[in-house]
Every structure is written in structure tokens, then in C-alpha cells.
Design a protein around this ligand. Structure first.
Ligand SMILES: C[S@@+](CC[C@H](N)C(=O)[O-])C[C@H]1O[C@@H](n2cnc3c(N)ncnc32)[C@H](O)[C@@H]1O
Length: 271
């Protein structure tokens, strides 16, 4: 079983973590909530700072939830979140989705939010997630589809941001338009077609508070995060270009009619 090369596009700069830590199961895993019951054992793959993981742990308590992430910094944040929320049923450890340190069929539910888009071999990741899920259990994945991102008012700077985002992920050999491919990848991974429930949902940032937050995090991310490092290292942008993208984000964030949405693919796969 392979272990992924270090290609995580965003890295764990505070602007990225701040963005991820705002997510909840209600905003990002609503499609999974009807499948959760107290007592289940759940694995959250690529848990990041653990804000969704905490909600999963509340939903299945006293069942055990394990968060795994390839990044030690993310695991530490998830452990902190478990402590702050007083959830003794939530633990976290460093692990790669391509080589999960768990027995076959050892979880009722295996979940990954915004992870397959960062893995160069998402089909192998789905196979490994299925291996650790018990027969009758559920693998649940949700990923953004960057090409299905749209906004108002028109902005040439945001057009450039989206084009650069695709170039950076392509250089990292990962798929930014993952949402539309989840069903295809699951079939490639050998899941049975009659046990798959595909769907979609969107994030929308259009209130003054959401707009300021989303624009603020991206203005910082395009100049300071792993995304900026990858863009500079690959020669896809220079500091001046990145600063102009940050300015475009700030301008969009100040527009009183600013509206931004990003479509996500979702999939429930019965094992
Ligand atoms: C976009 S973040 C999503 C975090 C969290 N699931 C959320 O939605 O808030 C992707 C996470 O996947 C982790 N990751 C990337 N590749 C991984 C791999 N091969 N195995 C495990 N985790 C991985 C990253 O370190 C990062 O924390």
C-alpha cells in the first residue's frame, strides 16, 4: 500500500486552518447525519482541525470517533478540539488515507470531507476506506468542484485566481474538480453501483459576515499559505501576481452585492 507524496495544496497556514475550523457537520456533512446513530464507531479521514469530527463525535456518543490526518498539526488541533468540547470518545492520530492503521471491517462509518481532491490516487483512497468499513457500513465522501464555482460581481482577478488554482492542483497531480468525479471514482474502486447514493450541495457566502470572512481568508491564503508556496515554486505566479489576486479578493469582499457559491459532490457508499 502506497503512502502519498507531500502534495497537500493548501498546507496548514493559520489562514487555512481558520477557514477549515469554521466548518460544522450541519454545513459540510448534512448528507451523512441521517446515517449516524449513538454507539457507532466512526473514522474521519483527513480530519483537519476537527470541527466536523467534533460534531460526528457528539452524534454517535458514546460510540468512538477516530480522526486521522497525515499532518501532525491537524491531529494536534483535533485533540485540542476534543478536549475543549469534553468529548472523551474522540481521539486523533497521524495516518495516511492510503495506508490506514486499522483492521479490516473495524468501523461502521468512514467519512472524508474535502480530502479526495488532495490525494493523487483517490480510487486507491476509496478502496482503503472501504477495507476498514464493516459490511453494511457506510463510506461517505464530499468534495468541492472548483470549476463549478461562481460569483458576482464579475471579477477578472477572481477569474485569474480560479485558473491559477487549477494550475496549482494540476502541478500537484490532484483533481480540483473532484465533486463531479466521486461516483466515477467509487465505481472504479469496485463499489457496487446499486449501493451508491450520489448527491450535491453548495456553500454560499453572501451575507456581510460570510463575505468578509471568505474574502479575508482567501486574500491571506493566496499570499501566505501552501497554495502560494506551490504557485511560486512551480513558477505559476510571482509575488506581484499573488498580491493582485489578494487585492481582487479584498475588492470582492467589500462589494455590498458580493455573492459566491461553490458546488460540492457527495456520495454515500454502502459496503
Ligand atoms: C481541505 S482539508 C479538510 C479538513 C477537514 N476534513 C474539513 O473539512 O474541515 C484536507 C485535509 O486532508 C489532509 N490530507 C491530505 N492528504 C491526506 C492523506 N493522504 N491522508 C490523510 N490526510 C490527508 C490534509 O492534511 C488536510 O488536513
Amino acid at each position: 500500500m502506497g503512502v502519498s507524496a507531500d502534495v497537500y495544496t493548501h498546507g496548514h497556514h493559520r489562514s487555512v486552518v481558520r477557514s477549515h475550523a469554521r466548518r460544522t457537520a450541519a454545513t459540510s456533512a448534512a448528507y451523512l447525519l441521517p446515517f449516524l446513530q449513538p454507539g457507532q464507531r466512526v473514522l474521519d479521514v483527513g480530519c483537519g482541525p476537527g470541527s466536523i469530527t467534533v460534531d460526528l463525535a457528539r452524534a454517535v456518543s458514546p460510540g468512538e470517533v477516530v480522526g486521522v490526518d497525515r499532518a501532525r498539526a491537524a491531529v494536534d488541533l483535533t485533540r485540542d478540539a476534543a478536549g475543549a468540547a469534553d468529548l472523551p470518545n474522540l481521539s486523533a492520530e497521524v495516518a495516511d488515507v492510503l495506508d490506514l492503521p486499522f483492521d479490516d471491517a473495524s468501523f461502521d462509518v468512514v467519512h472524508a470531507h474535502q480530502v479526495l481532491q488532495h490525494v493523487p490516487d483517490p480510487v486507491a483512497a476509496l478502496r482503503e476506506m472501504r477495507r476498514v468499513t464493516r459490511p453494511g457500513g457506510v463510506v461517505a465522501v464530499r468534495d468541492a468542484d472548483y470549476a463549478a464555482t461562481t460569483w458576482y460581481p464579475p471579477s477578472a482577478g477572481l477569474d485569474e485566481w480560479l485558473a491559477l488554482y487549477h494550475e496549482v492542483t494540476e502541478a500537484n497531480r490532484t483533481e480540483a474538480d473532484a465533486g463531479r468525479r466521486l461516483l466515477h471514482w467509487a465505481l472504479e474502486a469496485g463499489f457496487r453501483a446499486d449501493r451508491l447514493t450520489p448527491g450535491a450541495s453548495a456553500w454560499c457566502f453572501a451575507t456581510p459576515e460570510d463575505r468578509a470572512w471568505w474574502a479575508g481568508t482567501w486574500a491571506e491564503r493566496v499570499t501566505s499559505s501552501g497554495f502560494a508556496e506551490h504557485a511560486l515554486r512551480e513558477g505559476l505566479a510571482d509575488d506581484v501576481a499573488l498580491e493582485s489576486l489578494a487585492e481582487a479578493w479584498r475588492e470582492w469582499g467589500e462589494a455590498p452585492d458580493g455573492w459566491f457559491a461553490i458546488l460540492h459532490g457527495e456520495l454515500i457508499a454502502r459496503v
